[in-house]
Each structure stands twice: as structure tokens, then as C-alpha cells.
Ligand binder design. Structure first.
Ligand code: SF4
Ligand code: SF4
Length: 698
């Protein structure tokens, strides 16, 4: 193909004057941009760990962090998780990047290579270049158009349009449209046989036939539009340091600062109590964030990466229940306090300002799962809670829980001598009770009962069913029974780190004493503590959820689950601490083994059965909270319009099921309470272990 036509540089404009003016603007622009970046980075300065260190102060390898940031940006990993945001953001992002790169290529050819020879964008490269840039411009306009439509017309509740975001979107739209307008004018005035390569500009050029000046004639209208177009580009680039458009670089920086090795459900460990007690010097146990000024640099950067997309708001159970918390607003308020945007002024906000919000949080991690900026909202919630504990701002309910943990080693405010009293009635109790069981060998597993099974009659049946199954499969295990202490989770989630570590150190010593090689627990919260909190206190032991161990036993042929009538008409509610920790599969496998089908789509019924397992719309990593996490099981949030458990139960029952299967004692309690308040409908809530057990205790 012989294509001789070359792209003309700055048509209809005085080249010399335009170039001088343009590069003068670029120099000013770079200065304004750098000034904005420096101002922003200064706003990230604060106490605590550096931007690039993990929660334990270790600096992460640069290769890992850069690879992750690049993957998130180039592949738009998080954006692609949701269909509608993907439909608008992918064309907008890739279109903008291609147009920016295209502009750089033109400048490179014309203002750099041109000095070294006859370099021009010509021939086949010209044709492809024009077509690709037109496609990019079209994509940009489509993406911006959808984004504006959502903010101005459909206006979903979770997407509050910010003035600065709208200004940027209008700016981008103007850039796209004015770019095509200039191109159309150029083609109309200087037609050539390959002009159709720029297919959008070429199509529009037909509208300008007779309007555009003849070839080569400078026009004032064209020059004015060209400068408006260039000025718009300059303003957007400068704005990327001074407005929310800064997410172009702040978001990747936050992803790079993010520790990919830290599990979603793992909390931070601000101090080492054991080391402090052993130290001969006075060690100040600093904990919590008393005001936004005390936020660590990494937390400031993360808050600044919030683009107010509202995904977290959309997923948050506290929002759904009408509680005074929106993770989006929390991040935006902290972001505003940094004062990094144009016209912003740093303003210190005390933890007390966020009091109602942080006690409304169930630590369900739905916000973190949804967030495209990889913000860890629960860290802020916990840091503010810790400060509120430190300031003695707890109400009677929470103080009562902490006092009970101190006094009775359980959050239920029940006497410690009543702990696991039911175990005495279990026929094989002597064989599984540590210290009583007679064995030469240390047990393979310690079955950690947890406070719920120890004190709540209903949950104790789950423990019974689990023990029955473990025995039937020939697993060598013990329990600590009445001697078991609280694992400390309620104290940790309430922000009482010192009390948590005291309880944890006791628990760790007792686990060590049993000599067990592994821990199994039916409580995902206890599991999380064993897997992610105790290791930061220097103790690690393999730990599994009872569904994981039971699934393994079934797959090894050591356990044959009963395929009872309880397996029909079942919907499975996945607990946040398992599903969002990436461990949802074992329970689904077990449910299939019990005669249900965990692979069914929402609301579907297994063909050929009178019933079957149903999964609610929100499942897997998008599961919806029961309302019991984050120590919410132990206090009442007064400011709410609906109970979170009631909302979830509605979703579960909308599948047509009349049995709800859970795999967490908090979910069991919360959903049973919600089921109990239903009128005219008999709903059974039971644990996976009970469904599997031939001899159910419900
Ligand atoms: S952890 Fe759950 S309850 Fe808390 S802010 Fe996030 S989504 Fe809302
Ligand atoms: S915190 Fe994340 S999900 Fe929530 S609005 Fe900000 S960017 Fe969106």
C-alpha cells in the first residue's frame, strides 16, 4: 500500500509563535503540577510507620509493590470487578491514556525527531495512528458520557456527585469533543484521500463542508478552539495534582504502599505487651488515633486515594440498616481533613467526631472488598475505637463486656464456673477433655470451642455435632472445656488492645500446654485470631475451620455425612470472616456432600429434587453481614432503622428456602433472633455440622 500522506503539524497556526507559547505554558504547567504534588505529599506526613512499610515496620519489596500497582492500573483489576463501573471506566481510562500517549508521540516526532532528519508520522503508521486516536477519543466520550449520565440523571444513592468530579468530567468531555471538532475542521479544509482513517473527524467534516476555510488559510476560529483545547489539557494535567483527579497517581501509590501479604481480616498490632512487661524500662503502649492529625502516612495516603465512587457505601450493612456510618463518607471526611485539594485547609478532626460511625461498623470487610482504591476502612474504625477506649468514652454496654472479659474470661457476663458446663453430659467427655483424657500421644487437634459454644445453649449443639463428627471420623482431638479462656477477639474488636493481648497470652499458653499440633474451631472469628492475630504476638499454629476439616474428612472417605431431609430447601449464608478471607469452598463442598448443591445460581433449585441448596444474591466474597461482627453481638446500636440480621434473613428467604445453614456462631445467633421475630413463617437456622450429623441436636 503506497500511502504518501503525512500528518500535518499545527495546521492553520503560526508554528513558531504557537510553539513558543505552548512550551512556555508547559513549563508553567510542570511547575504548578510539581507544586501540587509536593503539597499533597506533605499532607501525608504524620507519625507512625512509613508509607512503604508493612504493619510490622518491614519495608516491602519494591518489585512486588510496583508489579501490583501496575497490574491494578494497566489491567484495571478492581474496576473490572463491577460491570457498570467497568463499562464506563475502561473506555474512559484507556481512551484518555491513548490520547495522552498519542499527543506525546506527535510532540516527540515534530519537536524532537524532526531536528534529526525527515521524521514524520506518515504512511501506514499515519493511517493506524489516526484511526486508533479517533477510537480512543470516541471511547473517552462514551465513558465520560456514561459517568455524567449516572451522576446527573440516574443518580444512584451511593454516588454523590462532587463538584470537582463533575468539573473534571465536563473538562474531559470538552477535550474529546473539541478534539474531534478541530480534526473535522482540518479535514474539511484540507481533504485528502486517507482522511477517512480519522473516521470520527472525517464523518463530522461533512457537516463543515463550506464552513471551513480553504486549505492553508489560517483561521481565527480554529486558533481559538485549538488554544481552548490545549488549555483544557493543561488545566486537567495541573488538576491532577490539585483535585480529586489526583487519583491518577495517588491511587497507584496507595496500591504500591498496600501490603498484599496482609490478610483482609487481619487487624493491626500496635504494641507488644509481653515485651513491654519484660522490659526494664518504662514502655509507653501507644495505641489508636485520637485525631486525624495522628493518622499514619499510609492511612493519609489511603484516605486521599478515595474517589468517592460509593462502592463501599453500596455494600455496607450499616448503611443498609440506616446506621450513622458510611465508609465512603468516613473516607471523604478524613480526606477533607488532609486539606490537600485546591482551596483545602488541613483541619484536625478528633476521634470523637467519628464515634457513632465507628461503633456502627460490624467489621464485615464488604467495603474493603469493594474498594477500587484498596483502602482498608476497618483499620481506621479500629484506630478510632482504640482512641475512644483510651479516652474512656465507652458506654455501659461496652464497659460491661470488657469488665466481664477481665473478671469472667467471657464477654457474656456469665460466671466462669459455668463455662462449658454442658460438656459434663456428653457421654465421651472424659475422652476429649484435656487433662482428663488418657493418651500417651499429644492430640492432633485442639478443638477450640469458643465462648459462644461454652455459654450459649444453642451453639453448644453445634459443638456437640462437630465433636460427634470428628469422633466418627476417628480424629484425635481434645478440648479445653471449662478451662478454655476467651480468645480475646471481642476485646480486640472493641479496641481494647491491652486486654486482648492479656487474654491472648493466657490462651496461647494453654494451647501450648495441650501439645496439639493443630487447632480446629467452628468460629470464623476465633479462627481469624489464631491465623492472623496470635502470629503477631509470636505464636503460630496451623488452624482450620470445622468446615475445612470436615470437608477433608469427607474427601478422604473417613466421614459419610447423613443425607437427611434437612438438606432440602436450604440456603447457605456465608460468614464474612470465612468468605472474605478466601475460604468459602469447604462449606459448599460439605453441603453438596450432604445432598444439597452448593454450585447452584441464586434462587435456583436442583433439578430432580424437591428442594436443594440455594445461594443468595450476595454470596462468596460479596456476602452480606449477619450484623454480629466487630463485637456488635455484644452491644446494641440504637441509631438504626432496620436490624442488619433482618435484612440478611430477607435476602436469604427470598430464595424460597425455609432452612438457613450457617457456619459461624454469631451468624447462628443473629439469624435465629431475626427468624424468631418473623410472623407466619417457620424458619430453621442450623450449622453445617448439624446438617451433616446423622444425629442432629436441633
Ligand atoms: S466493615 Fe462492613 S460495616 Fe464496617 S464500614 Fe465496612 S462495610 Fe460497613
Ligand atoms: S473508600 Fe473506596 S469504595 Fe469507598 S468511595 Fe472511596 S474509593 Fe470508593
Amino acid at each position: 500500500m503506497d500511502i504518501e500522506y503525512a500528518r500535518e503539524y499545527l495546521p492553520f497556526l503560526s508554528q513558531r509563535a504557537t510553539l513558543i507559547a505552548m512550551y512556555a505554558c508547559v513549563a508553567i504547567l510542570i511547575g504548578v503540577f510539581v507544586w501540587g504534588v509536593v503539597r499533597r505529599v506533605r499532607a501525608y506526613r504524620g507519625a507512625g510507620r512509613s508509607l512503604w512499610a508493612d504493619v510490622n515496620g518491614r519495608v516491602l519489596p519494591w518489585g512486588t509493590r510496583l508489579a501490583r500497582a501496575a497490574r491494578d492500573v494497566v489491567a484495571q483489576t478492581k474496576v473490572r470487578e463491577r460491570r457498570l463501573p467497568a463499562v464506563l471506566h475502561l473506555p474512559l481510562f484507556y481512551g484518555m491514556v491513548l490520547l495522552f500517549l498519542g499527543t506525546l508521540v506527535v510532540l516527540f516526532y515534530e519537536d524532537v525527531l524532526h531536528w534529526f532528519g525527515d521524521f514524520q508520522i506518515r504512511g501506514l503508521f499515519y493511517v493506524i495512528f489516526e484511526a486508533v486516536l479517533d477510537l480512543a477519543g470516541l471511547a473517552l466520550i462514551v465513558g465520560v458520557g456514561i459517568a455524567l449520565w449516572r451522576r446527573l440523571v440516574t443518580r444512584p444513592e451511593y454516588l454523590t456527585p462532587k463538584a470537582s468530579t463533575l468539573l473534571i468530567l465536563w473538562g474531559l468531555l470538552f477535550m474529546g469533543l473539541s478534539g474531534f471538532g478541530l480534526e473535522a475542521y482540518r479535514i474539511a479544509a484540507q481533504p485528502n484521500e486517507w482522511a477517512a482513517a480519522a473516521f470520527v473527524g472525517w464523518s463530522l467534516s461533512h457537516l463543515l463542508t463550506g464552513v471551513a476555510e480553504p486549505s492553508g488559510t489560517p483561521t481565527t476560529v480554529y486558533a481559538v478552539f485549538w488554544w481552548l483545547h490545549a488549555g483544557g489539557a493543561f488545566a486537567l494535567i495541573a488538576g491532577a495534582a490539585w483535585t480529586g483527579f489526583s487519583h491518577l497517581w495517588v491511587l497507584p501509590a496507595n496500591v504500591a504502599a498496600h501490603d498484599p501479604r496482609r490478610q483482609r481480616t487481619a487487624l493491626t498490632t500496635p504494641f507488644d505487651l509481653a515485651a513491654a512487661m519484660e522490659s526494664e524500662e518504662d514502655v509507653e503502649l501507644v495505641c489508636g488515633v485520637a485525631a486525624t492529625d495522628a493518622l499514619a502516612p499510609a492511612e493519609r495516603l489511603a484516605a486521599d486515594a478515595c474517589v468517592a465512587c460509593g462502592r463501599c457505601h453500596q455494600e455496607c450493612p450499616a448503611v443498609a440498616a440506616g446506621r450513622p456510618l458510611s465508609p465512603r463518607d468516613l473516607m471523604q471526611e478524613i480526606r477533607a481533613a488532609l486539606g490537600a485539594d485546591l482551596g483545602g485547609c488541613p483541619a484536625d478532626r478528633p476521634a470523637a467526631d467519628f464515634e457513632d460511625a465507628v461503633w456502627s461498623c460490624t467489621n464485615c470487610y464488604a467495603c474493603e472488598q469493594a474498594c477500587p482504591s484498596r483502602i482498608r476502612h476497618v483499620d481506621y474504625v479500629l484506630d478510632f475505637r482504640r482512641a475512644l477506649v483510651d479516652q474512656n468514652r465507652l458506654d455501659e454496654q461496652k464497659l460491661g463486656v470488657l469488665a466481664a472479659l477481665d473478671r469472667n474470661q467471657n464477654p457474656y457476663k456469665l460466671p466462669s464456673h459455668e463455662r462449658a458446663a454442658w460438656l459434663a453430659d456428653v457421654p465421651y467427655a472424659d475422652e476429649v477433655l484435656f487433662g482428663v483424657a488418657d493418651s500417651d500421644e499429644p492430640p492432633e487437634y485442639l478443638y477450640w470451642l469458643g465462648c459462644s459454644a461454652a455459654y450459649d445453649e444453642r451453639t453448644s449443639l453445634v459443638a456437640r455435632a462437630t465433636m460427634d463428627l470428628l469422633r466418627a471420623a476417628g480424629v484425635r482431638f481434645v478440648t479445653l472445656g471449662p478451662a478454655e479462656p476467651c480468645c480475646g477477639e471481642p476485646a480486640k474488636r472493641l479496641g481494647e488492645e491491652g486486654r486482648f493481648q492479656m487474654l491472648a497470652l493466657t490462651a496461647i499458653e494453654m494451647v501450648k500446654e495441650t501439645g496439639a499440633r493443630k487447632v480446629v474451631t467452628h468460629c470464623p472469628h476465633g479462627l481469624n485470631v489464631f491465623l492472623h492475630e496470635y502470629p503477631s504476638l509470636g505464636f503460630s499454629i496451623p488452624a482450620v475451620h470445622h468446615t475445612e476439616l470436615l470437608a477433608q474428612l469427607v474427601s478422604e472417605g473417613r466421614l459419610a455425612p447423613a443425607r437427611s431431609s434437612a438438606a432440602t430447601g436450604v440456603v447457605y449464608h456465608e460468614p464474612c470472616n470465612l468468605a472474605r478471607a478466601g475460604r468459602p469452598e469447604a462449606a459448599r463442598r460439605l453441603l453438596r456432600a450432604a445432598g444439597t448443591d452448593g454450585g447452584l445460581a441464586a434462587g435456583a433449585v436442583a433439578p430432580g429434587r424437591s428442594g436443594g441448596l440455594r445461594l443468595p444474591e450476595r454470596r462468596g466474597v460479596r456476602t452480606f453481614c449477619c450484623g454480629g461482627g466487630g463485637a456488635n453481638s455484644f452491644y446494641q446500636v440504637e441509631q438504626e432503622e432496620r436490624r442488619i440480621s433482618g435484612l440478611r434473613l430477607e435476602e436469604l428467604l427470598a430464595t424460597g428456602a425455609d432452612r438457613v445453614v450457617v457456619s459461624c456462631p454469631f451468624c447462628l445467633t443473629m439469624l435465629r433472633d431475626a427468624a424468631g421475630s418473623l410472623t407466619g413463617r417457620d424458619v430453621e437456622v442450623l450449622d453445617v455440622a448439624e446438617l451433616l450429623s446423622a444425629d442432629r441436636h436441633s
